[in-house]
Design a protein around this ligand. Structure first.
Ligand SMILES: [Zn+2]
Ligand SMILES: [Zn+2]
Length: 124
């Protein structure tokens, strides 16, 4: 039996801890949905490329200690994937790019950001 090929990571919440560039005395937390380590890694790398934030760690929320489950952690997606602007008040513009099994979960504050992202991530 080949268990490797049967393996499908479940979609679940991950917690990301990071420092904002200008201040290293306070850690910030965000949660995001990812199916398995590689998708989580991709999300975190995209986030770190677009910001100058210093990533501390990220792991499945269920593996975090209970202070994280009680804490209201903001969604990572409430930041524009491209320019990292917060856009809590407006409806996010979704990338929706799909290829094979991959579907892009990125969300943007504007159509310009979506177009830039689309070019850099999915065309180039
Ligand atoms: Zn944006
Ligand atoms: Zn995308």
């Amino acid at each position: 039996m080949d268990h490797e090929s049967d393996y499908e990571p479940t979609v679940e919440y991950w917690v990301l801890a990071f420092f904002k560039s200008h201040s290293k005395n306070r850690a910030y937390y965000r949660q995001f949905m990812a199916a398995g380590f590689y998708e989580a890694f991709d999300t975190v790398m995209t986030f770190s490329e677009k910001t100058s934030c210093q990533i501390l760690w990220y792991k499945e929320k269920r593996k975090c200690d209970s202070k994280f489950t009680k804490l209201g952690i903001p969604l990572l997606e409430s930041f524009c994937t491209f320019c990292n602007k917060e856009f809590n008040n407006i409806e996010p513009i979704k990338c929706n790019y799909e290829k094979n099994d991959f579907s892009c979960k990125s969300e943007f504050c504007s159509l310009d950001c979506k177009q830039e992202h689309f070019y850099f991530k999915h065309i180039r």
